[in-house]
Design a binder for this molecule. Structure first.
Ligand code: SAM
Ligand code: 2KA
Ligand code: SF4
Ligand code: MG
Length: 213
C-alpha cells in the first residue's frame, strides 16, 4: 500500500533538470518531521516548505500496489505531440520510505524516466534515473552518491564544506525559503557563496518564482 499526499503535472522547478515537464508523486510522511507545526522546532528537519501529512491533496490517495499507482500517475501525463521522454518525480515527504523496485519497474515499463528527491538518510533502490540528495542538518547520509546534491542554504548544522568530496555529478545550493520559519531572504548570501566557491551552482525554486505550483 502506498500513501500519496498529492500528484500533479508541472515543470521540475529545481536543480539540474529544472524546466523539464514531469509528473510529481508526493508521498505522505517523513522520517525527519511529523508534518505538524507543533513539532517543527524539535524536528531533525525544521524548514520544510511542504504539507506532507495525509492523502487529501489533488490526485492523492492510498494505492494498493505498484501497478495501480503507476497507472494513476501515467494518466497525468498529457496526450501531446513530440518526442520528450516522460518523467515522474517521486518526492514527499520522504519518498524512500515507500518507493520500491516494483514501482520503479512499473514506471519504466510505461516509458517513464524515474527521478527522486530524497533527504539522503535512507538507501535508494536500484534503477533510479536521476537521484537528488538534499542533506538535512546533522542527519547522517546513507546515500552518498547520485546525480545531484542539492543543499538548502544556509543550515548552520550542515555547511557546504561537509559535502564537497561526495560522489555527485552536480552540486547545487538552493536558498532556503524562510516563509515557514520566519526569516529574511537569503538569496544574496547564497549567490555570494556560489561566487566564492565555484564548485556550487545556484538552484532557484523556479516554480515559486513563476507561480506554477
Ligand atoms: C519537500 S522536500 C521532499 C523530498 C525529501 N524529503 C527531501 O527533503 O529532499 C523537496 C525538496 O524541497 C527542498 N526544500 C524543503 N524545504 C525547503 C525550503 N524551505 N527552502 C528551500 N528548499 C526546500 C528539500 O531540500 C528538497 O530538495
Ligand atoms: N515544480 C516543482 N518542482 C519541484 N522540485 C522538487 C519539488 C519537491 O517538492 O520535491 C518540487 C515542487 O514541489 N514543485
Ligand atoms: S526531509 Fe524533506 S519532506 Fe522531510 S521535513 Fe525535511 S524537507 Fe520536508
Ligand atoms: Mg516543493
Amino acid at each position: 500500500m502506498y500513501s500519496v499526499k498529492e500528484a500533479f503535472y508541472s515543470l521540475q522547478g529545481e536543480g539540474g533538470q529544472a524546466g523539464r515537464a514531469s509528473v510529481f508523486c508526493r508521498f505522505s510522511g517523513c522520517n525527519l518531521w511529523s508534518g505538524r507545526e507543533a513539532d517543527r522546532a524539535a524536528a531533525a528537519c525544521r524548514f520544510c516548505d511542504t504539507d506532507i501529512r495525509g492523502t487529501d491533496g489533488q490526485h492523492g490517495g492510498r494505492f494498493d500496489g505498484a501497478e495501480a499507482l503507476a497507472d494513476h500517475l501515467v494518466a497525468l501525463w498529457p496526450d501531446a505531440p513530440g518526442t520528450a521522454t516522460p518523467q515522474v518525480i517521486f518526492t514527499g515527504g520522504e519518498p524512500l520510505l515507500q518507493l520500491d523496485e516494483s514501482l520503479i519497474d512499473a514506471m519504466h515499463e510505461r516509458g517513464f524516466d524515474v527521478a527522486v528527491e530524497t533527504n539522503g538518510t535512507l538507501p535508494a533502490p536500484p534503477g533510479i534515473d536521476w537521484l537528488c540528495v538534499s542533506p538535512k542538518g546533522e542527519t547522517a547520509l546513507a546515500q552518498t552518491s547520485g546525480d545531484e546534491l542539492k543543499l538548502v542554504y544556509p543550515q548552520s548544522d550542515a555547511p557546504p564544506e561537509r559535502f564537497t568530496t561526495l560522489d555527485f555529478h552536480h552540486f547545487f545550493l538552493q536558498p532556503m525559503d524562510t516563509t515557514a520559519v520566519g526569516g529574511g531572504d537569503v538569496t544574496a548570501d547564497t549567490v555570494a557563496y556560489c561566487l566564492s566557491h565555484p564548485q556550487w551552482r545556484l538552484s532557484l525554486q523556479t516554480h515559486k518564482i513563476t507561480g506554477i505550483d
